[in-house]
Design a protein around this ligand. Structure first.
Ligand SMILES: NC(=O)C1=CN([C@@H]2O[C@H](COP(=O)(O)OP(=O)(O)OC[C@H]3O[C@@H](n4cnc5c(N)ncnc54)[C@H](OP(=O)(O)O)[C@@H]3O)[C@@H](O)[C@H]2O)[C@@H](O)CC1
Ligand SMILES: Nc1ncnc2c1ncn2[C@@H]1O[C@H](COP(=O)(O)OP(=O)(O)O)[C@@H](O)[C@H]1O
Ligand SMILES: [K+]
Length: 464
């Protein structure tokens, strides 16, 4: 589990530490860390270029240049705002023979000290011009310049980092955007940082949480998953969601709906009926994928919400909740509800997602008193209690039709097994991403292949 802290929290912690350490000490610790990683990345190379912005991020780069010069590396620096440059850093850099140049040329590594925690918006045109002409790998100081530190959003030119060296703690950008290989340098903030704003689950967290049968278990004790999905028009959604539930946990899966025949044909082990009212007892429902939004579908959603068990509401269920707010009344507010919108479904529920996906997920979680899993390349899970988990995919192969139906089935089975709903959503997102990666292995895949890779993904996260 990795914690991530927003820039406000980082600055507050830095201020408290700076009050008790000598001036400049934090920056020199940070810069020394950058220089160590730069020396490692240089391998046989001998020439480093610095892109230096107006603030302390540029100061870090200049001090890193100073330490590299002392190791005999040739270092040149472009000062993007010569009238506003970290004066001590520049003096130290010059003292050891660092050169100030108009443009970087023939360097083996670039250190990006354009902007850090104070970044707003994309790279400014002059900085973008320098970045566009780089052909050496880039080591970013704190974060790749041009990406928003708190949202990970990029709305124009930005640095593409090979590696990012950050200080004290990880910030949201490191989980939400591509920062290359992220290295964390300890600058002594730990004692001043309390609970993180966001959390990224790691493979071990997911493996430990994943439900597996014990000696006392039978098919019922592990939680029965109910799938209320699919229709005559979209039977495939039911097959995918039911299959995902079957492959995610042992135990029993019930399917209820118009696609019973197709589900039974593909998954003989599923217990299938035509209607949710005669489905039998379940410990969680998945409702919505391929269900439609007509009156019959509304009745299904209402029955499921009234059942008093955790519900994962996806796809058409979200559209119905957005279109017909009366449906919310069917729900017992003390029973967990997980909503799994993509951006357009989110918009129907709560307006445009915007650049700040974490805030968007948080706001909807609070407003609907539900866990919200906002899908995308970076998936954000927000709980009504303020917890937020983030999970960025390392590939985009999951962006394929039916892939969300698979996610809902995985998530429903974890709810049925009794996992805390925020953890269930985080674990489902992680295994889904992993399954997509394993199945694709470098080539496009249909959602059926993603589904088929769920067992391998679970094996990959489970403890040995
Ligand atoms: N505090 C500490 O103890 C420690 C801090 N540390 C380091 O300090 C960094 C934070 O430094 P910081 O706050 O001085 O600002 P920083 O990020 O360098 O920005 C400078 C200026 O850039 C500009 N600018 C804004 N957006 C831009 C864009 N898109 N493209 C281009 N330019 C843009 C904007 O200037 P403006 O022109 O708007 O006035 C802004 O004021 C932090 O990331 C870490 O590296 C470490 O040393 C550890 C100890
Ligand atoms: N660019 C992307 N990179 C990685 N994963 C993505 C990307 N776009 C979408 N996904 C994932 O693919 C799934 C798509 O779900 P959804 O849009 O509901 O598809 P469908 O309705 O066709 O089943 C989600 O799990 C989402 O997180
Ligand atoms: K930077």
């Amino acid at each position: 589990m990795r914690g991530l802290w927003t820039t406000d929290r980082v600055r507050a912690a830095e201020e408290r530490v700076m009050a008790v350490v000598p001036a400049g000490a934090l920056m020199r610790r940070a810069a020394f860390g950058v220089a160590v990683v730069a020396a490692e990345l240089l391998a046989g190379g001998r020439r480093v270029g610095l892109l230096v912005g107006a603030g302390n991020n540029g100061g870090d780069a200049l001090w890193a240049g100073y330490y590299l010069r002392k190791r005999g590396v040739a270092v040149s620096a472009v000062l993007l705002t010569p009238d506003r440059v970290h004066a001590e850093g520049l003096a130290a850099f010059r003292r050891v023979g660092g050169r100030v140049v108009d443009r970087l040329a023939d360097v083996d590594l670039v250190i990006d000290g354009i902007v850090g925690l104070s970044a707003r918006g994309p790279l400014r045109p002059d900085a973008a011009e320098h970045v566009a002409h780089l052909d050496a790998p880039v080591l970013s100081v704190d974060l790749p310049s041009g990406i928003d530190p708190d949202t990970g959003a990029t709305s124009g030119p930005a640095v593409r980092a090979h590696t990012t060296v950050t200080f004290g703690c990880l910030k949201p950008v490191h989980a939400l955007a591509d920062c290359g290989d992220v290295r964390l340098v300890d600058i002594g903030l730990a004692g001043e940082l309390h609970g993180p704003d966001l959390v990224e689950l790691d493979v071990a967290d997911v493996g430990l949480a994943w439900p597996v049968p014990g000696p006392e278990d039978d098919k019922y004790t592990q939680g029965v998953t109910g799938i209320a999905a699919g229709s005559a028009t979209y039977p495939g959604a039911a097959v995918l969601a039911a299959g995902a539930a079957l492959l995610s946990t042992s135990g029993l899966v019930r399917y209820a709906g118009a696609a019973a025949e197709g589900v039974r044909a593909r998954w003989p082990e599923a217990v299938c009926t035509g209607s949710v009212t005669d489905a039998g007892r379940v410990q969680a429902w998945v409702v919505g994928p391929g269900l439609g939004t007509g009156l019959g579908a509304e009745a299904v959603l209402r029955t499921v919400l009234e059942a008093g068990v955790p519900v994962c509401a996806d796809a058409d269920a979200i559209t119905m909740l957005a279109n017909n707010p009366d449906l919310w009344d069917a729900r017992d507010p003390d029973t967990p509800l997980v909503l799994t919108p993509h951006d357009r479904e989110y918009e129907r529920l709560a307006g445009p997602v915007g650049d700040d996906r974490v805030t968007a997920a948080r706001k909807a979680a609070e407003r609907f008193n539900a866990v919200v899993l906002l899908k995308g390349h970076a998936t954000v899970v927000a709980g009504p209690d303020g917890r937020v988990l983030v999970n960025r995919a390392r590939s985009s192969w999951a962006a394929t039709a039916g892939s969300g139906d698979v996610l809902s089935g995985v998530l429903g089975s974890l709810l049925a097994a009794g996992l805390d709903p925020v953890l269930a959503a985080g674990c489902a997102a992680k295994v889904h991403v992993l399954a997509a990666e394993l199945a694709a292995d470098g080539a496009p895949i249909p959602a059926t292949s993603l589904l088929g890779a769920i067992p391998d993904a679970i094996r990959a996260v489970r403890p040995l």
